[in-house]
Design a protein around this ligand. Structure first.
Ligand SMILES: [Fe+2]
Ligand SMILES: [Fe+2]
Length: 294
């Protein structure tokens, strides 16, 4: 049984400010603040706060998937099941936030999707602070926790800052595909900022086309088999793609309806238009402490 939740420990107990445990908790507290702030701003400002949340969440989670969860699987007995649970949460958050990127607060589904995204983000934080990270703390010494903290921080600084539900959640595919996308994400972040928008309008159109092309290419390759290399099916979000109509057997199968069907499935995937089943949070839940050491 893992020891204490990391929510209730001092920074020294976590291995110092550079430890991966302390770094994780700082980001989790920041996420909690941003989610609370989202509830206080006008609807017109909500997309800007959501952008800040995405910026924090996706670079944080990407570095977990590249650095931290592989270490968990190596070091912690039962680490594979724990990390699969977290990766399923990450996948659902990717799908929800990708859908929200194409919406405005006037959309009738906006509130519901935002609410579900925040619910899963909070469940993810609780799972990590109460289950996964204490299990890592039980087997790793302070030097290991600090080395993991440094590696996690380095990857986080060059990680994608936007949702990419089509990218695998495990190495090596997530690193191979995610890191090039990071450049696009960061250009788009700059373009979305008030200062960058006017000066770089033309570049925005070009980047948008390039991003679409890259994503389409990834999706096409990701549909060639059920599992991407390095990806564990157990880590997938339990979701259901919309089922396209099945053409009748016989000669019609050879008609040009097949590419159209493929496009339908790929677009549906790309847009995150998946029905998601409810995530069952663990029975042991603790709220974030309002004040923590930095
Ligand atoms: Fe985390
Ligand atoms: Fe996470």
């Amino acid at each position: 049984m893992p020891s204490l939740t990391i929510a209730d420990q001092s920074v020294d107990q976590l291995g110092g400010p550079g430890s991966v445990l302390a770094r994780q908790r700082r980001d989790h507290v920041r996420l909690d603040e941003l989610i609370n702030r989202f509830g206080t701003v006008s609807r017109a400002e909500q997309p800007h706060v959501l952008r800040e949340i995405n910026n924090l969440v996706f670079s944080h989670a990407f570095a977990e998937e590249v650095v931290l969860w592989p270490a968990m699987r190596r070091l912690v007995p039962g680490g594979a099941a724990l990390t699969a649970r977290i990766e399923g949460e990450h996948q659902e958050i990717n799908g929800l936030c990708a859908a929200l990127e194409r919406m405005t607060p006037d959309d009738p589904e906006w509130d519901e999707r935002v609410g579900r995204a925040f619910e899963v983000m909070r469940a993810d934080v609780r799972d990590e602070e109460d289950l996964v990270l204490p299990a890592l703390q039980d087997v790793a010494d302070v030097a290991q926790l600090q080395r993991l903290g440094t590696a996690w921080e380095l990857v986080r600084r060059t990680a994608p800052t936007r949702p990419h539900p089509a990218v695998a959640r495990r190495p090596p595919d997530n690193a191979l595909r995610g890191i090039p996308l990071s450049g696009f994400d960061r250009i788009r972040d700059a373009l979305d900022s008030p200062s960058g928008r006017s000066a770089l309008n033309t570049v925005a159109m070009t980047v948008g086309r390039l991003t679409s092309s890259v994503r389409s290419g990834q999706l096409a390759s990701s549909r060639t088999g059920d599992g991407q290399r390095g990806e564990d099916p157990a880590s997938r979000c339990r979701s259901r793609l919309p089922v396209p109509p099945v053409p009748p057997a016989g000669p019609l199968r050879r008609l040009p309806v097949q590419p159209a069907l493929l496009r339908h499935r790929v677009d549906g995937d790309h847009r995150g238009e998946r029905e998601t089943q409810g995530h069952q949070p663990p029975s042991r839940r603790r709220r974030l402490a309002p004040q923590r050491e930095q």
